[in-house]
Design a protein around this ligand. Structure first.
Ligand SMILES: Cc1cc2nc3c(=O)[nH]c(=O)nc-3n(C[C@H](O)[C@H](O)[C@H](O)COP(=O)(O)O)c2cc1C
Ligand code: SF4
Ligand code: SF4
Length: 281
């Protein structure tokens, strides 16, 4: 008790943010802090400097942690006396994300004290999750969060294994190639609402000034390939070469919340807007 906790999150479709919010509430910790949101701050690591417990919540991307989260942890000032924990959200399986974080921390004399994966709704490849599945998963996610809260409250340590270095490397190699060749197209259905600009963690989409307006094509050099833009677009106007896409976002999260440093405040401010869609069955 009385220990300061800082929780940092990255989230494309809201699953990790929902977990981070529930975790913070149950731990009695301050609101979780958006990793892309910290780039607007003078000191992105201010909360971590003051905390006895520092947590990271993020989705598994390509068998490990998202590049932006990796960069954030690499640049973070590490403290040997700080308790570090990580929570990944995943659809099928996590892989090397905890091992990779541990390696980053170990390079500067710290280590990952506790790690847990939370199985959530999928946002890639396997079809849009139906409402029954979402309902069932939300219950099991809460139970998983309770276990994490219990562990983190008492500063428990956990072991985590490198699931498969080879599998992780193969998945990453294959998906990195696809990522580099990722081309988005914004079709005629675009309503110029700007939701894609708002949710992009990499500031990779821009409004076009002048006649016609709209949003500019996505610059692939900065792209995290997180698919947030595609999932949140209310007109399903963002396509890749594959054309057929899953469209999903967490039912209780608003797009305005994703990159906010204070998502709880953002949620109440955003409650009157109507830019989010509910999960389709
Ligand atoms: C680019 C990309 C890669 C992913 N790779 C994996 C993976 O390797 N294993 C897995 O179980 N889920 C994978 N997923 C699914 C997400 O980890 C999962 O849906 C997560 O809960 C999304 O969290 P978010 O809503 O906070 O972004 C991937 C999703 C995306 C967009
Ligand atoms: S979210 Fe979709 S409809 Fe809105 S500006 Fe972006 S592409 Fe257009
Ligand atoms: S442009 Fe790239 S980084 Fe931005 S939301 Fe879309 S997929 Fe994610």
């Amino acid at each position: 008790m009385g220990k300061a906790t800082a929780i940092y999150y990255f989230s494309a479709t809201g699953n990790s943010l929902a977990v981070a919010l529930e975790l913070a509430e149950k731990l009695g910790a301050p609101d979780p802090i958006s990793i892309p949101g910290t780039f607007m701050l003078d000191d992105p690591y201010a909360a971590a400097r003051e905390a006895d417990r520092v947590g990271f919540v993020f989705p598994v991307h390509r068998a490990t942690l998202p590049e932006m989260v990796r960069g954030f942890i690499e640049m973070m000032p590490k403290r040997a006396d700080c308790y570090y924990f990580a929570v990944s959200t995943y659809t099928v399986f996590g892989c090397n994300e905890f091992w990779d974080i541990d390696e980053i921390l170990a390079a500067e004399g710290s280590f990952l004290n506790y790690a847990a994966g939370v199985r959530t709704m999928g946002n890639v490849g396997l079809g849009t999750p139906g409402s029954r599945l979402v309902e069932k998963r939300l219950v099991s996610i809460s139970k998983q969060v309770d276990e994490i809260v219990e562990a983190v409250t008492y500063f428990k340590e956990s072991s985590f294994r490198r699931s498969s270095k080879l599998l992780g490397m193969l998945v990453k190699k294959y998906t990195d190639r696809r990522r580099r060749s990722l081309v988005f197209n914004i079709n005629q259905g675009c309503k110029k609402c700007g939701v894609c600009v708002q949710v992009c963690p990499a500031n990779n989409i821009e409004f076009i000034d002048g006649e016609g307006g709209g949003v500019a094509p996505i610059r692939s050099d900065k792209c995290e390939a997180c698919y947030a833009c595609l999932h949140w677009c209310p007109a399903n106007a963002i396509e890749t070469r594959r054309k057929l896409h899953t469209h999903y976002h967490h039912p209780n999260i608003k797009p305005e919340q994703l990159r906010m440093v204070n998502p709880v405040q953002s949620k109440s401010e955003a409650s009157e807007t109507d830019v989010s869609r509910s999960v389709s069955a």
